[in-house]
Ligand binder design. Structure first.
Ligand code: OGA
Ligand code: MN
Length: 296
């Protein structure tokens, strides 16, 4: 049962040494400005927050997320809720509750969340943070992994940090789809069109001032001024480094967990599950970024 408690009763407990903290003592359906200010403070110290047992409605989730900024509408038309365009349905069932056949583009697009990524890295202003409500979760698999990219940056050799600080990666929404057979990019009926953009590989967080490695493997098409083969080799090294176990929290979902992460200093991936048979329904609200990515 979620409880309403005065803000001073909000408690925080780490779930991982670097990333992932559980927040208790707040009812997200009724969180007011004071509670959200308190949550924001906690969030800046723990880039991934877990709020267990929060059976909120879509409208309540939208109201909660709006305390942290305006909300994005996701470019994939098929994954938007028909009632609330700000809800991105990370779900392997359609709105009528039917499992999506695995060969349907909507199912394949969803499969891209199994790759490490940062939400909306394909936008000129990537997302600030995301709030995800786990509504139906599979008994096995489908955990979500989160990497703390501050810690990744801090652990990089100094020479590599200096080198990366000079570089900008090119990010493209269509790159994601070019990775997958049967997903056609650039189709107005299914996806809002977005031009490729570039972002610094090392970014500075506008609130904490800390530096982090900014990579998003599913949208990174190359590095400005670098041959593709060299860029790809560098990406592969950085992805392998950033996803080492020590940087990563693994979230095992329970129904009605609500989690929120800061996209300005984390990266995430969904672990495989039996998507053809096991239902997994998550509703995401995505907070619009607070400006272009700040270089180091
Ligand atoms: C997301 C995503 C995470 C999940 O919602 O941004 O990548 O656990 N999915 O489904
Ligand atoms: Mn995501």
């Amino acid at each position: 049962m979620s409880v309403t408690a005065p803000n001073n009763e909000i408690t925080v407990e780490r779930r991982h040494p670097l990333i992932g903290a559980e927040v208790l003592g707040v009812d997200l359906a009724r969180a007011d400005d004071d509670a959200c200010n308190r949550i924001r403070e906690i969030w800046m110290r723990h880039p991934l927050l877990v709020f267990p047992d929060q059976p909120i409605s879509d409208a309540e989730q939208i109201a909660f997320a709006k305390h942290f900024g305006a909300l994005e509408v996701h470019p994939s038309v098929e994954h938007r809720s028909s009632r609330h365009p700000e809800i991105y349905r990370v779900a392997n069932v359609d709105e009528a509750g039917r499992l999506l056949p695995a060969d349907k583009p909507a199912a394949k697009y969803l499969g891209l969340t199994w790759l490490w990524h940062t939400d909306s890295s394909f936008r000129a202003v990537p997302s600030l943070g995301s709030v995800l409500h786990g509504i139906e979760v599979p008994a096995e698999g489908g955990d979500t992994l989160f990497a703390n990219m501050y810690a990744v940056y801090d652990a990089l050799p100094a020479e590599m940090r200096r080198r990366l600080a000079q570089l900008r990666a090119v990010h493209s929404h269509d790159y994601v789809m070019s990775l997958t057979d049967g997903l056609a990019p650039a189709d107005d009926d299914h996806f809002t069109q977005l031009d490729a953009v570039s972002h610094p590989l090392i970014r500075r967080h506008p609130v904490t001032g800390r530096r982090s490695l900014f990579i998003s493997p599913h949208t990174m098409a190359g590095i400005e001024g670098m041959p593709d083969s060299e860029a790809r080799a560098l990406f592969d090294d950085l992805i392998a480094f950033a996803t080492r176990d020590s940087f990563v929290y693994r979230h095992k979902w329970r129904p009605h967990d609500v989690i929120m992460w800061d996209n300005r200093c984390t990266m995430h991936a969904v672990m495989p599950y039996d998507a053809a048979n096991a239902r997994r329904v998550m509703h995401r609200t995505t907070i619009v970024g607070d400006g272009p990515v700040l270089p180091a």
